[in-house]
Design a protein around this ligand. Sequence first.
Ligand SMILES: [Zn+2]
Length: 146
Amino acid sequence: MPSDWIKSSCNQCGSQIVIHKEWTNPDTVCGACKLISGKFVDAIEVLLIGNYFVTPDHIKNQLRDLVKSANCIYNKNLRKNVERSAAWRIAELELAKQLWAKKEVRKSVLFAIKVLSKQEKQDEKAKLRSELRAARTVDGTRRWTG
Ligand SMILES: [Zn+2]
């Protein structure tokens, strides 16, 4: 009997992902890579230190442990003379993988990513508006001086 689940591989890190054959828009990246593209480290930071979210202590503790182990991996690679940005990418992927495996913590982080990306879009809109305003002012100035 053919299975409805197909093994595929993440096109970012190559790790195995499983997709359903009836999905019309199947994932092409794994959960960890999804977290990375969602700037999950920023989300963790906001969950830990900001007062933007009310984060339960047990979630914070798990996040701190994850960050601590990512720091260990990072420092270990630096000691092995791995270049900084490469060392960070290794640690970041490992952090994302560990986080993805922890369902409850993952949920908090995904929520924070969603809120932050909405926030970012608003910031971008505000930036665009002020740029438009500035452009208009420039036009106006040109008209006045020209
Ligand atoms: Zn991946």
